[in-house]
Design a binder for this molecule. Structure first.
Ligand code: GLN
Length: 493
């Protein structure tokens, strides 16, 4: 990073959204200065890390100046806070590609509700972050547009699909980011990059403007460096939205207040099935140490069972592709997105636009999903998968009769090498084993930094709880991180 004297004088550290917002509300540092600082970080590190697909510096500065004018005389919850947004969340007049060639030139005419809410709260969106194409993947390698690297080891993946958003926060380009979750896409990159990622309860945050992948699973999800900043972001974006009929009509609790409650006496469960075959021994040791740490804070720990976990990956990889095959039917080259210039007739135009516009993983999912939904197979695949989904949900209901929250690994391994799993989709799918159940059950789950391997790779600890109890996760994360802050090797960027 280039040294700037005024940065040093003003301590312009881009890791803490609360501090940034306080300095802007008090007039000590302007939103424009923070926006310039974030843009400078992008200039300094983005060619190495590959986070951003679109940044428009002039409009970022204009937007920051508007915040500086708006903030005079009042204080805004996210005044001047620079935010990175995953490129499958619609931003008005700002390119939204979903990491796909088919939307490479798509500029939405409207904002996602979450973006409107962030902007109303004074946040400044600095750019759109790389992701796996249509959020399908666990490494960001499925992006058709860019390679994103892990700041702890640039030869390794940042995780995915919200890899760009996680790296933006890990490398202190912006203190917070929005990602999305369908099956672990925020928790897993958070774990690989030593930041926090929260998958909210399904319906807690409006999906309006989040480009649909699997509508019964999709959520917009915050990433930050502290539980406090996750709480801040969630308070702003959560709530009922008339544009999304599946958004929940429940009041949004005061997460900041919940986060201050003591964790002493909390009952925690450790699901036996999350510690089986395939779990890297080093990851296991770090997670077990994390569990002992939680115990030392006065939490009661007991083993629990989620017996249907063994079906989770197969279940998810029927339901998610089935819904995707239907959602992605809209990209036909007619109304928007890529259209093949040469074609013989309408059908040929559809075929060429879709076969050239979509990448291999998206095509694989469309085929899997179409098969699972096709006549004669629907009951055997999709219908059955939905029944198994109910069983997975019931496992959690039962566990939460005994405990307040569960602790587990996020991913069976730390960040893997770029290219290591690209030729083996099944190996990639299997790495989602500990994350997809929360999405299938619709419950909230969070990844928090727990430790580092001997090689210096981050490992996240997962906490899961009942629907709409995000406050429980934040309280546990805050108590844990205050007592056991992790420090790893300094990142080079
Ligand atoms: N790895 C999962 C998948 O490829 C997760 C996707 C997501 O959460 N968006 O489908």
């Amino acid at each position: 990073m280039r040294a700037r004297t005024d940065w040093n004088e003003k301590n312009m550290n881009l890791k803490d959204a609360h501090r940034i917002r306080d300095t802007v509300n008090s007039g000590e540092i302007s939103a424009k200065e923070w926006a310039d600082a974030a843009l400078e970080r992008i200039d300094a590190v983005d060619s190495d890390l590959g986070v951003f697909l679109t940044v428009e510096p002039e409009s970022v500065r204009r937007r920051a100046e508007a915040v500086d004018r708006a903030v005079k005389g009042k204080s805004l919850p996210l005044a001047g806070v620079p935010v990175t947004v995953k490129d499958n969340i619609s931003t008005r007049h700002l390119r939204t590609t979903c990491g796909s060639k088919i939307l490479e030139n798509y500029i939405p005419p409207y904002n996602a509700t979450a973006i409107d809410l962030l902007e109303k709260a004074g946040a400044v969106v600095v750019g759109k972050a790389n992701c796996d194409e249509f959020a399908m993947g666990s490494s960001t390698e499925n992006s058709a547009l860019r390679v994103t690297r892990n700041p702890y080891d640039p030869e390794r993946v940042p995780g995915g699909s919200s890899g760009g958003s996680a790296v933006a926060v890990a490398a202190a380009i912006t203190p917070v980011a929005l990602g999305s979750e369908t099956g672990g896409s925020v928790r897993q990159p958070a774990s690989f990059c030593s930041v926090l990622g929260l998958k909210p309860t399904y319906g807690r945050v409006s999906r309006y403007g989040l480009v649909a992948f699997a509508s019964s699973l999709d959520c917009i999800a915050p990433i930050a460096n502290s539980p406090k900043d996750i709480a801040l972001l969630l308070s702003v974006i959560a709530g009922r939205d008339d544009h999304d009929a599946t958004s929940a009509p429940f009041e949004v609790p005061d997460y900041m207040l919940e986060l201050q409650q003591s964790v002493r006496g909390m009952k925690l469960g450790v699901p036996r099935e999350f510690f089986g075959e395939g779990l890297d021994p080093e990851v296991q040791a770090i997670i077990e140490a994390g569990i002992r740490n939680a115990e030392s804070l006065g939490c009661e720990v007991q083993e629990v069972s989620l017996p249907h976990t063994k079906y989770a990956v197969s279940d998810y990889y029927i339901i998610a592709p089935a819904e995707a095959s239907s959602n992605l039917a809209r990209y036909d080259g007619v109304k928007y997105g890529y259209r093949s210039a040469e074609h013989d007739d309408l059908i040929d135009m559809y075929r060429k636009s879709r076969s050239r516009g979509f990448g291999p993983e998206v095509k694989r999912r469309i085929m899997l999903g179409t098969y699972a939904l096709s006549s004669g197979y629907y009951d055997a695949y999709y219908g059955r998968a939905m029944k198994v989904r109910t069983l997975i949900k019931r496992d959690y209901d039962k566990a939460f009769e005994k405990v307040d929250a569960l602790l587990s690994p996020v991913s069976p391994t730390p960040a893997f090498k770029i290219g290591e799993k690209t030729s083996d989709p099944l190996a990639m799918y299997l790495s989602d084993i500990y994350t997809v159940t929360a999405n299938l059950a619709g419950i909230p789950a969070l990844s928090l930094p727990c430790g580092f391997t001997k090689q210096g790779l981050p490992v996240g600890l997962q906490i899961l709880t009942k629907q709409f109890q995000e406050g429980t996760l934040l309280r546990l994360a805050e108590g844990y991180m205050n007592a056991f802050p992790v420090s790893g090797p300094p990142i080079k960027y």
